[in-house]
Design a binder for this molecule. Structure first.
Ligand SMILES: Cc1ncc(COP(=O)(O)O)c(C=O)c1O
Length: 380
């Protein structure tokens, strides 16, 4: 293999674009010697509230914690059922089981990979307390198809927006950003996310003053007044350094998300140019959605062989996710079997994430798609 490695994401190119601004912001934090939950965190919470169009945001230590804080704030516990998708990152479900509640999996749509609204409705029981739709890979779930039924029954919607900051959907003629439709939105700032920091970080959004206050108390050990504890919470604080980095990066997020959309459009054109329709199914973008392509995930024939072939050519492609959550060994006790959620299981065999980042060049994308075309011409 002689060609340069093409990574699935390249953070260093992105860093070059904001180096000066970020170093300046970091310098200010270091000079202030204020490191935890200070003015930068408060300003970030304000900035993201304005960006999302939601009154309250609370920074926290990770996306995983944002989900945990959200479920704790609505009082999820033993005996409760929470409906969610089997096709997501582990944290979407571990936050439910960590609180002693039972995850109930509803299968996904094969085009968008998001939870299927009809399946959500089928799974509702008198014990259902919440639903966690995940806006997977950067595209919002069609939440309006089940949210009225949930609200009627007093079931909460906690949106997992870890991969979807800036994604939007037109609902009833209005544009909603991810994290503003349900009672609570949960975000991750893991470094590879569309808005990533230089460590771990997360955030909870809500329109409810009560839930907001609850989340703020829970993130500091369940304490409103220092050293007095109304309940047992977490240590889930966001630090000033991460907040300062995120404030710089938030200023660029819209442009970076648009660049990702262009990358996605180019992939689609290249697939058509190389006549790959029989082999490769690009991700579906619903008409009313603004997909922000955290990942560009296709479904493809002979997935594992294609992935190996691309690796031989120096191109990194990844599998998100290779095992459906209902079949994870740690959830065996829930009693699911292979075949129970067939669409999710099919996706685990067929999906492949191609290189995707705002700075990906047209010639690099051509290299990816040419290698795919060569594979399907000669190897299959
Ligand atoms: C869908 C989803 N939910 C939750 C998380 C958890 O976020 P974090 O890694 O910041 O804890 C992630 C992160 O990868 C994710 O992709």
């Amino acid at each position: 293999m002689s060609e340069k490695i093409l990574p699935s994401f390249d953070l260093s190119k992105n860093w070059e674009r904001v180096r000066e601004e970020t170093l300046e912001a970091l310098g200010k934090v270091l000079e202030s010697q204020h490191f935890i939950l200070g003015p930068e965190v408060a300003a970030l919470e304000q900035d993201i509230s304005s960006y999302l169009g939601v009154p309250y945001c609370t920074g926290c230590a990770s996306g995983t914690d944002s989900l945990l804080l959200a479920l704790m704030s609505i009082g999820i516990g033993p005996g409760d059922e929470v409906i969610t998708t089997p096709f997501s990152f582990f944290a979407t479900v571990s936050c439910i089981t960590r609180l002693g509640a039972t995850p109930v999996f509803a299968d996904v749509d094969h085009g968008t990979y998001n939870i299927s609204p009809e399946k959500v409705i089928e799974k509702v029981t008198p014990r259902t307390r919440a639903v966690i739709p995940v806006h997977l890979f950067g595209q919002m779930t069609a939440v309006e198809a089940f949210s009225p039924q949930l609200s009627e029954k007093g079931i909460y919607m906690v949106e997992d927006c870890a991969q979807a900051i800036g994604a939007a959907r037109i609902i009833g003629g209005r544009v909603f950003r991810a994290g503003t439709v349900g009672e609570i939105g949960c975000f991750s700032f893991f470094p590879t996310k569309n808005l990533g920091c230089f460590g771990d970080g997360g955030l909870v959004s809500t329109s409810s003053k009560d839930l907001h206050e609850k989340v703020r108390s829970l993130r500091v050990h369940g304490s409103g007044k220092q050293y007095f504890h109304d309940e047992v919470g977490l240590n889930s604080r966001l630090d000033e350094i991460q907040a300062a980095i995120l404030r710089v990066r938030l200023r660029h997020l819209e442009i970076w998300n648009e660049e990702r959309r262009l990358v996605a459009e180019r992939y689609q054109l290249l697939f058509a140019e190389h006549d790959l329709g029989e082999w490769v199914t690009p991700p579906a973008e619903c008409e009313s959605n603004r997909h922000i392509f955290h990942q560009y995930v296709v479904r493809c024939r002979s997935r594992d062989h294609l992935k190996d072939w691309l690796a031989e050519k120096g191109i990194t492609a990844r599998v998100y996710y290779p095992l459906s959550l209902h079949l994870q060994p740690c959830f065996r006790y829930l009693g699911y079997n292979e075949g129970d959620l067939p669409v999710s299981e099919m996706l685990t065999r067929e999906v492949l994430a191609l290189p995707m980042f705002p700075e990906l060049l047209p010639e690099e994308q051509e290299r990816v798609v040419e290698a795919m075309a060569e594979f399907y011409k000669n190897k299959v």
